[in-house]
Design a protein around this ligand. Structure first.
Ligand SMILES: C[S@@+](CC[C@H](N)C(=O)[O-])C[C@H]1O[C@@H](n2cnc3c(N)ncnc32)[C@H](O)[C@@H]1O
Length: 193
């Protein structure tokens, strides 16, 4: 199962895909890590086709075991240029990427800081480097009307929806709380032409 913070992200995504009324929804999970999000989507949206990408070879050893026997198509690669063959076709892009600002290194819980790889935690000075790249990847992958959902730190709720602007081809950008009512994930819809 995803972490409790991520559960609300996955719950929102499941509802969004079900509401689309697409027979075999195409779903992409960027930065899949253990594969928990991709597996939850495949399980809860029975006829979905789920593709997942992860950069770390070390993480992938476990991910491969986790997704064995499931419908998740796993690939090693970079979220920034992943799945060019799916451009313009995807119904939903979901991601729980690294998002901790490097400036907050000293405040991160020691059990995470000392044992989780840096690649899984940090993303530039303000923590938003990869989310900015995911915005471009999601826009490339989604069909018009498709949606993106991205988890972020509880301090970033006022920032992330502003990455998904109308000028960059998005509509309905919004932020949402987690189960503890803390700002936790942003969503947006790829604008229709
Ligand atoms: C915060 S962890 C989240 C893992 C998983 N999505 C989850 O919710 O449990 C972020 C993951 O992103 C991966 N990652 C970091 N940069 C990446 C990139 N450029 N492309 C693909 N994966 C990346 C890390 O290796 C790590 O597994």
């Amino acid at each position: 199962m995803p972490r409790p913070e991520t559960e609300s992200v996955v719950g929102w995504a499941i509802d969004a895909v079900r509401a689309m009324d697409v027979v075999e929804p195409l779903i992409v999970d960027l930065c899949t890590g253990s594969g928990a999000i991709a597996l939850a989507m495949a399980q809860e949206v029975p006829r979905s086709r789920v593709h997942a990408v992860e950069l770390s070879a070390d993480a992938l050893k476990w991910t491969r075991k986790n997704v064995e026997g499931s419908r998740v198509e796993l690939r090693q690669g970079d979220a920034r240029d992943a799945f060019p063959e799916l451009d313009g076709q995807v119904d939903l892009v979901i991601s729980n990427p690294p998002y901790i600002p490097l400036t907050e290194w000293e405040y991160v819980a020691p059990e995470a800081r000392d044992y989780d790889p840096e690649l899984a935690l940090f993303s530039g000075e303000d923590g938003l480097d990869l989310i900015r790249s995911i915005e471009r990847t999601a826009h490339r992958l989604l069909r018009p009307g498709g949606v993106v959902v991205v988890e972020h730190a509880d301090t970033q709720g006022g920032l992330v929806p502003w990455i998904f602007t109308e000028e960059r081809g998005w509509a309905d950008a919004a932020d949402h709380p987690d189960l503890n009512n803390r700002p936790r994930f942003a969503t947006a819809r790829k604008a229709l032409p």
